[in-house]
Ligand binder design. Structure first.
Ligand code: NAD
Length: 256
């Protein structure tokens, strides 16, 4: 059981990260929320989780594009039994015009941050005698799309880092796995639906089915709750021998 364990979830003031934090808190874990902002509403999210689930919850500001801040996040948390590397950004443009600063930011936030937080967290997991590293990769960690060079490279890198983390901890009660979501209905995706409906002159159901979920055979979005459940499973005792692998939550995307 993860009751009483402490989970650090990077990029968790919205979307999948918040869904994961909510599910882990529901199961009794103490949670550390994170993003690069330091607003009242960020801290309020932590207070709400603490109140709703009777756990300890804190928000710690740290910019995952900075190696020092990645490591400081884990140090400040003090305990890190469960590390969920979720922070991520996207930029879509052909390789020849892809801005160098966007490439560097995506590699830093989507890939290098997981290296730095893992380096800081493993000694704590070893000391505690238990640990779970869950990296939120993507269907783009296993397949590619044009115009997403940095994102696809970073997510494939995350899958590789996950395997190495698993091998370096293989004989210990620590596991490392990657979750590979397809298209997930986050606030960001929800906000694109009206624009897509207008651009294609389609109703909501049709634009979701025919345009947005063209590559997702189920023709349904995954939900942040389902991602939370997948991470919780990887943290459970049933998953103790699952390490160094990927779990796709993509409605069949990678089966195509
Ligand atoms: P989101 O934009 O709602 O969440 C991203 C989170 O990362 C936010 O909390 C944001 O504040 C945080 N973040 C961004 N830059 C940061 C930085 N420099 N430092 C710290 N935090 C930072 O998007 P999401 O869809 O919930 O994405 C979460 C993860 O899931 C990402 O790694 C993304 O690549 C991955 N993913 C999402 C989908 C999808 O369809 N939504 C599919 C596959 C993978």
């Amino acid at each position: 059981s993860i009751k009483g364990k402490t989970a650090v979830i990077t990029g968790s003031n919205s979307g999948i990260g918040l869904g994961v934090a909510t599910e882990l808190a529901r199961l009794g874990a103490n949670v550390v929320l994170n993003s690069f902002t330091d607003r009242e509403e960020d801290h309020a999210l932590a207070a709400e989780l603490a109140e709703a689930h009777g756990v300890q919850a804190r928000y710690i500001k740290a910019d995952m594009s900075s190696p020092e801040e990645c490591r400081a996040l884990v140090e400040q948390a003090g305990v890190c039994d469960i590390l969920v590397n979720n922070a991520g950004i996207q930029h879509v443009e052909p390789i020849e015009s892809f801005p160098v600063e966007k490439w560097n930011a995506i590699i830093a936030i989507n890939l290098s941050s997981a290296f730095h937080t893992t380096a800081a967290a493993l000694p704590m997991m070893r000391k505690a005698g238990w640990g779970r590293v869950v990296n939120i990769a993507s269907a783009h960690g296993l397949t590619a799309s044009p115009f997403k060079s940095a994102y696809v490279a970073a997510k494939h890198g995350v899958v590789g880092l996950t395997k190495v983390t698993a091998l370096e901890t293989a004989e210990e009660p620590i596991t490392a796995n990657a979750v590979c979501p397809g298209y997930v209905l986050t606030p960001l995706v929800e906000a694109q639906i009206p624009d897509q409906m207008a651009a294609h002159n389609m109703d909501r159901e049709t634009v979701i089915r025919e345009v947005m979920l063209e590559r997702q055979p189920s023709r349904q979005f995954a939900t942040t709750e389902q991602l939370g459940g997948t991470v919780a499973f990887l943290c459970s005792d049933a998953a103790a021998q699952i390490t160094g692998t990927t779990i796709s939550v993509d409605g069949g995307w990678t089966a195509l």
